[in-house]
Design a protein. Structure first.
Length: 128
């Protein structure tokens, strides 16, 4: 392995770390906005995860969990991946689309929040 290849590999790993940190930072900011007492923990091989106090406000949970994938995916659409590191950043940001599916923690929280919101709306309509 050449020094150039090693340097490229290290830079890609750092870019992944930066995008993951930004992703979790967005969750942190929205959790702070809703006064949810966020805390940073590390799961599975030093993966940062933001945990917060759940007050069972489904709209807030939806916003907190959906904010990072939405903002990063939007940034991935907006940024031009002309070459080099920007291509990697664009791919990593666009990959956040998978966080909308219930195969990820964000997706599970989004799905659960939407189900609860719909259930509450149905109960309100049945009472009327």
């Amino acid at each position: 392995m050449t020094a150039e290849t090693l340097l490229l590999l290290i830079s890609y790993v750092l870019l992944i770390g930066i995008v993951v940190t930004i992703h979790e930072g967005i969750h942190w900011c929205f959790a702070l906005l809703f006064r949810r007492q966020p805390r940073l923990t590390f799961d599975r091989f030093l993966t940062p995860t933001v945990r917060y106090h759940n007050t069972h406000r489904d709209w807030q949970n939806l916003i907190i969990s959906g904010s990072a994938p939405l903002l990063l995916f939007s940034f991935g659409i907006w940024v031009e991946g002309d070459g080099g590191a920007w291509v990697v950043v664009k791919i990593l940001c666009l990959a956040n689309v998978f966080n909308f599916f219930p195969i990820t923690t964000d997706g599970q929280m989004i799905f659960l929040s939407l189900v609860k919101i719909i259930q509450k709306q149905k109960r309100v309509k049945q009472r009327s």
